[in-house]
Design a binder for this molecule. Sequence first.
Ligand code: GRF
Length: 198
Amino acid sequence: MAINQSSSNQVTKKKIAVLISGTGSNLKAIIEASVNDKINAEVALVISNNPDAFGINHAKDHNIPYAIINHKNFKDRREFEIEIEKQLDQKDLDLICLAGFMRILTADFTRKYHGKMINIHPSLLPEFKGANAIEDAFNAGAVETGCTVHYVIPEIDSGDIIIQKAIAIDKNDDLALLKNKIHQIEHIAYIEAIKKIL
Ligand code: GRF
């Protein structure tokens, strides 16, 4: 019996959800890797807490289901997360990727998805944790920085490291150029990390 190749591929593809808050350049890289079969996975869901996040357009462009769950509409962090959980749990996901998702997550949430949820951070962790990692490395006069993909645990920007990529900070780099260089390596690192896990 002939097997339809495309439908058999779809059956075996792993399912990823991506959580964003902003530009979504890492989301775009993940979608493109899945569409071009660089990873054996499909982006099954995109969630943004920010209704104005540019990254939502990447989901729309590829007909990927997306949900806008605005944290401002919930009475507390946990209520907000419970709504996210409802969306995630409908999808039978293999992996949840945080990609510029700018909300602090509770221990309840991170424990529920322990081992299944990863994040990308723009520094060589444990150096320069926090929301301004690129600026902090730049202002500290570091000679190198980079990015880290790691598992998510209750402690922020911690958790086992899956992949790190380093770049030198050139003395001629300004902050904008450095940010750009880091984003370039992030897109490569995130795909490598997903491949490694799946
Ligand atoms: C990235 O630099 C990532 O490391 C950090 O937030 C940024 C998101 O960028 N957590 P984008 O929205 O994927 O373009």
